[in-house]
Design a protein around this ligand. Structure first.
Ligand SMILES: [Mn+2]
Length: 431
């Protein structure tokens, strides 16, 4: 198993050679434009350079739907190949230095070795994700009746035990967060008692919480519906924060951009959770209807900008600290997953950069004077800036690619892997 970074620094520099002069000109022009407004572009480049978002190991493979999955020649078929593809994303984009593993999908015999293998590729490990929403080969009990909230105590104990094992594996990998999402819910009115089901969740979750090391967090991810379609146990941020408050200070809420009713004001949820010190993480994706699968910023980049606007306000006013775990969480059904992650990482950083350009003094002053037009203009003037040169400047200075997609295609990575890797097979849908 080759564990050196997939691309060399010389390769990336060569790929950048024909772009860097144009980038410098565009960047200088943008600096002068922003300086006329009193905005410091260099400060934004420094903040962008310090920003990072994790990518999920499962994001390196082709996703699918409930109906089908269409494999891609050369896609990864095991955790080692997934790490290599994630390393390509990090080398070119330079803002995705950590991967978020998923158990048991990423099970190996030697986790200390896996951590070393990732480090040699320039990667660390972020939040570890448990999986009690599908049955695994050899497990004694089925999750057909739910997992942490099943009416069967033996099933609940198995689900708790799996999460505790995830913590133990995460410690070996260097993770410090456990993300818990359950698919538990009902499809029929009366199928379960809504109150007692939540009681069982709190009881099971407290068993996981008790196993958390002192410096770990338990991130509770809510989702309105799917796979359950009548009721879901942890369905919204209200239930999530109630559970997090009940469990204790190490329990935080994780907001996934796609896990809400249509048109819900997600930036306000970010603000509310932060107000009570419970914003633990954010999953980036986009959606048009009721999914959580489309690429970040592909449908509603303005919403993404407004979310970052709240995150920056939260960072400026930390309550019980501000250290949310950021991760891309989307399903790449029709693209090369590396390309989707490159484009998504860029879209996320662009919205962050735009939010950094908001004149906060002007915004707050307008808010205090109830000057609606100028308050909105403070946001609009930042949102309409083309921040491409700022983001590219930070990336190139970090050793990344000026044009991430052009560089990736020129590298020939996927074609080479299509020759080397074993075919993934048709497989099932999901993710
Ligand atoms: Mn998610």
């Amino acid at each position: 198993m080759a564990t050196k970074p997939p691309l060399s620094a010389d390769q990336i520099a060569d790929l950048n050679a024909k772009h860097v002069n144009d980038l410098d000109r565009d960047y200088d022009h943008l600096c002068r434009q922003l300086a006329r407004r009193g905005v410091d572009a260099e400060a934004a480049v420094a903040k962008v350079a310090a920003f990072s978002v994790a990518i999920p190991t499962w994001g390196a493979g082709r996703g699918g739907t409930r109906f089908a999955k269409f494999p891609l020649a050369g896609e990864p078929t095991n955790i080692h190949e997934k790490l290599q593809d994630c390393a390509v994303v990090q080398q070119l984009a330079t803002v995705t230095p950590r991967v978020s593993p998923h158990l048991p999908w990423d099970t190996v015999d030697d986790y200390v070795g896996l951590r070393e293998e990732a480090a040699e590729l320039g990667l660390g490990f972020d939040a570890i994700n448990s999986n009690t929403f599908q049955d695994q080969a050899g497990q004694p009990h089925s999750y057909a009746t739910g997992s942490l909230t099943s009416s069967d105590a033996a099933v609940r104990a198995q689900a708790v035990e799996h999460n505790v094992e995830c913590i133990e594996i995460g410690r070996k990998l260097g993770s410090r967060d456990l993300t818990v999402w359950i698919g538990d819910g009902t499809n029929f009115p009366g199928q379960q008692d809504l109150g007692r089901q939540f009681d069982r969740y709190l009881d099971s979750a407290s068993g996981i919480y008790a196993a958390l090391p002192d410096d770990w967090r338990m991130l509770l991810e809510h989702k309105m519906y799917e796979p359950a379609f009548y009721s879901t146990v942890i369905q919204d941020w209200g239930t999530s924060i109630l559970a997090a408050q009940e469990l204790g200070p190490k329990a935080k809420c994780l907001v996934d951009l796609g896990h809400h009713a249509p048109n819900v004001n997600i930036e306000q949820i970010v603000s509310r959770l932060h107000r009570f010190g419970k914003l633990g993480g954010f999953h980036f994706n986009d959606s048009k209807y009721g999914d959580d699968d489309l690429d970040s910023g592909s449908i509603n980049p303005h919403q993404l900008f407004l979310v970052f606007n709240e995150l920056i306000e939260a960072e400026r006013n930390p309550r019980d600290g501000f250290d949310p775990a950021y991760m891309i969480d989307q399903s790449h059904n029709v693209t090369d997953p590396i390309e989707s992650m490159l484009v998504s990482a860029e879209a996320i950083v662009q919205c962050y950069a735009k939010a950094l350009l908001v004149d906060r003094d002007a915004l707050h002053d307008a808010q205090d004077r109830d000057d609606v037009t100028m308050a909105f203009q403070a946001l609009r003037r930042a949102y309409t800036v083309d921040v491409t040169p700022i983001v590219a400047k930070a990336r190139v200075e970090a050793g990344g690619a000026c044009d991430v997609i052009a560089a990736y295609r020129a590298s020939g990575w996927r074609d080479r892997k299509a020759q080397e890797r074993k075919p993934v097979g048709l497989g099932a849908g999901i993710v």
